[in-house]
Design a protein around this ligand. Structure first.
Ligand SMILES: Nc1ncnc2c1ncn2[C@@H]1O[C@H](COP(=O)(O)OP(=O)(O)OP(=O)(O)O)[C@@H](O)[C@H]1O
Ligand SMILES: [Mg+2]
Length: 375
């Protein structure tokens, strides 16, 4: 029986035998399906063109249009429509041919209501699976198209700006402050080029994650080493901005089954954000703790925070919070989507908690390495 379903599967039965039509109708309607019956292939096909049913039950031996012909035409309309052939024992050989032509299965006459119910249920499951796969494929293609359009646009705007700046430089009049003006335009060009390079690097990281190159497990990564290196990388920037960077990782933390460069990308992005979206005199704290089945890392800052209504958006590709606080901070909006993709590919989880003007905390759980307690 169908329960809780918004769209009832639509099934049609094509058979010139009235008793067969009526008994199929009764059995299948009782199951909760929407059912229609047709006396021959011509009428049935008309309905298939109009309504695209989920499943077609068709007799092979019929006047006007044979069942085999119906199968070929249905297949041409939509190869994912599931076709179940019903046939007398004498034509089982033909039924096998029908399956070769695209029918899903066949039911020899006479059959019991249970046999019909079972074959239809299985056929519908296959149909739903095929539909879902096709929808996902379409969605992915649309996303790829949108992504390409968006990235092309993102590449175009800094390049167009740099071109403009170079034109200005080319025609700069000889004035006493020419050198200072030149420097300003060169600095602007360099900033736009850095933006572009960052975007390309993020884009490459995403394509590596999607192809599994970055997240495939090729050993155990040592978080202690990674965080020591990250401290060395970020300390100068923190000193410059007067931000207190505290990274506290237990020395005997078990390894994480992941590539080291993948975890570096993850924590580099999170710590970089905590510094970038911080305030002078603020702090960034990184802590790691061994849990029963995972390693939990907390990256917490006392920065500008994220507005409540924007929290759900920060993991979307290219999303950046637009505010007075952020408008001068450069970025592409791909850092957190990359973090989320990495964590999920590794079988972990990432959560965020933030309060505007108070700070933000990202909590990451990663599966523990082999041979460790609870692993
Ligand atoms: N620690 C944080 N504190 C406050 N806001 C944050 C923090 N981390 C992220 N955000 C907000 O989330 C947005 C998305 O972050 P994300 O890292 O994806 O992109 P980005 O930092 O803008 O650019 P990039 O791709 O260079 O990392 C940021 O633009 C910022 O508005
Ligand atoms: Mg970022």
């Amino acid at each position: 029986m169908i329960t809780n379903q918004t769209v009832r599967p639509y099934i049609i039965v094509i058979d010139d035998d009235q008793v067969m039509r009526l008994s199929c109708l009764k059995i299948l309607k009782k199951e909760g399906y929407e059912v229609a019956t047709f006396v021959d292939g011509v009428e049935g096909l008309e309905n298939i063109y109009q309504r695209k049913p989920d499943l077609v039950v068709v007799d092979l031996k019929m006047p006007r249009l044979s069942g085999m012909e119906v199968i070929s035409r249905v297949h041409a309309i939509d190869p994912d429509i599931c076709i179940v052939v019903i046939t007398g024992y004498a034509t089982i050989g033909t039924a096998v041919d029908a399956m070769k032509n695209g029918a899903y299965d066949f039911l020899p006459k006479p059959f019991t209501p249970d046999e019909l119910r079972l074959i239809v249920r299985r056929g519908l499951e296959r149909r739903m699976f095929a539909k879902k796969t096709a929808e996902l494929k379409k969605e992915k293609q649309q996303m790829q198209r949108r992504f390409v359009t968006f990235v092309s646009h993102q590449l175009q705007s800094p390049l167009a700006a740099v071109k403009q700046y170079l034109e200005v430089l080319n025609f700069l009049p000889d004035t006493p402050d020419k050198q200072a003006v030149q420097k300003e335009w060169i600095d602007r060009s360099l900033a736009r080029i850095s933006e572009l390079l960052e975007l390309i690097s993020d884009w490459l990281t995403i394509s590596k994650i999607e192809s599994g190159q970055l997240t495939e497990c090729t050993g155990d990564a040592n978080l202690v080493k990674i965080f020591n290196d990250l401290k060395t990388t970020f300390q100068p920037e923190c000193d410059k901005k007067n931000i207190f960077l505290n990274i506290s990782i237990p020395e005997h933390l078990p390894p994480v089954p992941a590539r080291e460069d993948c975890l570096r990308v993850l924590f580099n992005n999170l710590i970089h954000n905590s510094i970038k979206y911080n305030k002078t005199g603020g702090s960034v704290q990184v802590q790691a703790e061994e849990k029963e089945n995972s390693i939990e890392v907390l990256v917490k800052d006392s920065g500008i925070g994220i507005p409540d209504d924007k929290i759900d958006l920060i993991f979307e590709d290219f999303y950046r919070v637009k505010s007075e606080n952020t408008k001068k901070i450069p970025g592409t909006g791909l850092g957190l989507p990359i973090c989320k993709k990495i964590v999920e590919e590794l079988g972990g989880a990432i959560e965020v908690d933030s309060k505007l003007n108070v700070g933000t905390a990202f909590r990451i759980n990663l599966p523990k390495g082999r041979g460790e307690k609870g692993a």
